[in-house]
Design a binder for this molecule. Structure first.
Ligand code: ZN
Ligand code: ZN
Length: 289
């Protein structure tokens, strides 16, 4: 393995332990035990494992049941819902909704998410929301129907809601307002600007920052972090994606949280222990563990 694709080295341990508020262990190399041990060695003692489809959500719940450091979030990803409706296993269909059978399949899948959401080890419903980057116009109706259903499931079970918002800020905020957001709502991989951060702050939405906050071209994201209230900020890897600088392009994993957190402390003009303590408390409050 060349150093360009090798896993980055372990960073200096954090002085105050935090959680990775959003990860996909099932998409990473190695075992769950190895990932948790590496993370714990640098002060990342809790992870939220996020499911993106039925199988992934069932696996998240099982993994959380088997490991006290793991909490589960369950959902059909915003790009998964149209795939179910459009019946296109190899990619996002260009055919549009074929018949009512597509929505029946979506409703069946949502019923399984609903069942999983009732479990104690499941702390959140998500990631759900809107993705205008990966899903085209023909999938929008299914995506929105699925998003609204997930909001309802989260509220009925008293669970947190984890939002995936890709190039859909205004519509995500509008639908949340129309449905009435759950008491605890988290924008995962927060991608809005400072102005949107003010809107989220007023609504009491948590903003979870990922490794892309370290990217050179991400000044608008750092401006958003700068104005985000300290009691609404979380940190995540979204691993295996979004590896922070200076390891961009190499595999991401929960043990790299300290790299992102240190960059965030610089933006906030605070020391890393103070930020870590705030994030640890915020994450526990957001997910209710
Ligand atoms: Zn996402
Ligand atoms: Zn994710």
């Amino acid at each position: 393995m060349s150093s360009k694709s090798a896993p980055p080295p372990l960073p200096e341990p954090l002085g105050v332990a935090v959680a990775d508020s959003h990860t996909h262990l099932d998409m990473q190399e190695g075992t769950v035990e190895e990932a948790l041990a590496r993370a714990a060695a640098v002060g990342v003692t809790t992870v939220v494992q996020v499911g993106c489809d039925i199988k992934g959500s069932q696996w998240a719940a099982e993994t959380a049941a088997a490991h006290r450091e793991v909490h589960a979030a369950v959902a059909l990803h915003p790009n998964e819902a149209p795939r179910i409706v459009l019946g296109d296993p190899d990619g996002w269909s260009r055919q549009g909704v074929r018949d009512a059978g597509g929505y029946a399949a979506l409703d069946d899948a949502l019923a399984e998410i609903d069942r999983l959401a009732a479990l104690d080890v499941v702390k959140a419903v998500g990631e759900t929301g809107l993705d205008r980057f990966r899903t085209g116009p023909e999938g929008m109706a299914a995506q929105e129907r699925s998003f609204r259903a997930h909001i309802e499931i989260a509220k009925r079970h008293g669970k947190a809601l984890v939002i995936h918002d890709r190039e859909a800020h205004a519509d995500v905020l509008r639908i949340l307002a129309e449905e009435g957001a759950p008491e605890r709502t988290i924008f995962h991989c927060y991608s809005g600007d400072a102005e949107m951060a003010e809107v989220c702050a007023t609504a009491g939405y948590f903003m979870s920052f990922a490794g892309n906050v370290t990217f050179k071209n991400a000044q608008p994201l750092r401006d958003a972090l700068a104005v985000a209230p300290a009691d609404l900020v979380l940190v995540e890897t979204d691993a295996p994606f979004l590896t922070p600088v200076p390891y961009r392009g190499r595999p991401n994993a929960p043990y790299l949280i300290p790299v992102t957190l240190r960059a965030m402390a610089q933006v906030k003009g605070t020391d890393e222990d103070t930020l870590a303590a705030a994030i640890a408390a915020n994450t526990a409050r957001a997910f209710g563990y």
